[in-house]
Write a protein that binds this ligand. Structure first.
Ligand SMILES: NC(=O)c1ccc[n+]([C@@H]2O[C@H](COP(=O)([O-])OP(=O)(O)OC[C@H]3O[C@@H](n4cnc5c(N)ncnc54)[C@H](O)[C@@H]3O)[C@@H](O)[C@H]2O)c1
Ligand SMILES: [Zn+2]
Length: 353
């Protein structure tokens, strides 16, 4: 595996990652380096990571509690206070070593602290390797509402060491795999076919590289999501509403991000069939593929009603309209499609069939 380099940041893989990191640290002259972890990445990933660092630096470890439920402004405040107590200055840097919660929150904390210190992302989940750590979206949830507060700001570098996946459980791997399937659906039908056929996750390196390349290509063309970048939100308009609903609800088990967007991709597949010409066979293929890998979620009428009210918080909305990314066919997206409420209910009925 090699590197993906852009004018604003680079993603380095496996063997080249630590070479790039060590050379970056050697030339950056950071006053202090803060490594943000959660309890799991503290145990599973930090010892490996530290063993690869060459040279002497002033490191401080900051640990947050794991899980989406802690991706909020209260956790940011705790981290800002620790940074301040430990005399972080504008030449300090932050290394976010963790899944999407750590990279999203850490990127946001770094981007705001003293109006911005440099940060490096070291993703440790499949989801954060193929998606969350790349592209510069940082932020936190507001109550149950996903990613409502945040900023787009690029990390200095992203280091993908796929060995970190060895300690990740199958459910978390599947969650990340949903974003990879999404990459196929929005841009590459052949990639979709390949991923569909994968029976084990023993060596995902080539696919991780392919997914990062797809995401990167899109982000490069439209870093601030004025048009093309919206396609990365396929499955996320309804998926985020479903995820928010489960975050808030007392009587449902939490859904992982990838599990929620897997539901969203089936629902939005149905909308695509109705509105943008996605063929019936392709729709059935999408539904079967996701239901084979992800447990079917039972929605009652009252769940659906609440989920639909959550749609008004979607970040792609403008002027009171809910804008969807749909598919014309597998590999070919359409953006800014308006959908009527009755069709949304039909989509849930199709999911339940
Ligand atoms: N910024 C973006 O562009 C973007 C894109 C997609 C998703 N996201 C965000 O990413 C988040 C989800 O990320 P996630 O799925 O990585 O969740 P996560 O960070 O909560 O990690 C999942 C779990 O795995 C544990 N973990 C992490 N690495 C481990 C390892 N190597 N071994 C063992 N355990 C490990 C974590 O402690 C956590 O319990 C969501 O908040 C989502 O909104 C952001
Ligand atoms: Zn996502």
């Amino acid at each position: 595996m090699n590197s993906i380099t852009t004018p604003s940041y680079s993603v380095h893989f496996n063997e080249t990652a630590y070479v790039a990191l060590n050379s970056h640290l050697a030339k950056s002259n950071y006053s202090k380096i803060f490594i943000l972890v959660d309890e799991n990445t503290h145990n599973c990933c930090l010892p490996i990571f530290m063993s690869k660092i060459e040279g002497e630096y002033d490191f401080e470890i900051i640990e947050i509690e794991e899980g989406e439920i802690n991706k909020n402004i209260a956790t940011c405040t705790q981290v800002w206070e620790v940074l301040s107590e430990l005399d972080a200055d504008r030449k300090s840097a932050m290394i976010n070593l963790g899944g999407g919660v750590v990279t999203d929150l850490g990127g946001f904390v770094a981007s705001c602290f003293k109006r911005g210190i440099e940060f490096i992302n070291v993703p440790t989940t499949l989801l954060s390797m193929v998606d969350a750590s790349v592209g510069g979206k940082t932020g936190v949830d507001l109550g149950p509402l996903k990613n409502q507060v945040g900023i787009i700001n690029q990390p200095q570098i992203v280091l993908v060491d796929t060995d970190f996946l060895n300690t990740l459980d199958q459910r978390q791997l599947n969650s990340g795999f949903a974003e990879m399937l999404k990459h196929g659906l929005i841009s590459d039908a052949a990639y979709w076919e390949t991923l569909k056929g994968l029976s084990d996750f023993d060596n995902l390196d080539d696919y991780i590289l392919r997914s990062v390349a797809i995401k990167n290509e899109v982000v490069q063309q439209d870093p601030t999501e004025q048009h093309l970048r919206k396609i990365l939100n396929y499955g996320h308009t309804l998926g985020h509403a479903v995820e928010s609903y489960f975050l808030e609800s007392q009587d449902h088990e939490l859904l992982l991000h990838g599990e929620a967007i897997a539901v969203g991709m089936i629902l939005e597949g149905y909308l695509s069939h109705k509105l943008t010409g996605l063929g019936k066979n392709a729709l059935e293929d999408i539904k079967a593929t996701f239901l084979e890998r992800y447990k079917k979620v039972e929605f009652e009428k009252k769940d659906i009603d609440t989920i639909l009210t959550l749609l008004k918080f979607d970040k792609k909305n403008s002027h009171g309209n809910i804008n969807f990314v749909l598919l014309k066919k597998i590999g070919e997206p359409a953006i800014d499609i308006k959908v009527t409420p009755d069709l949304l209910e039909e989509a849930f009925a199709y999911y339940a069939e």
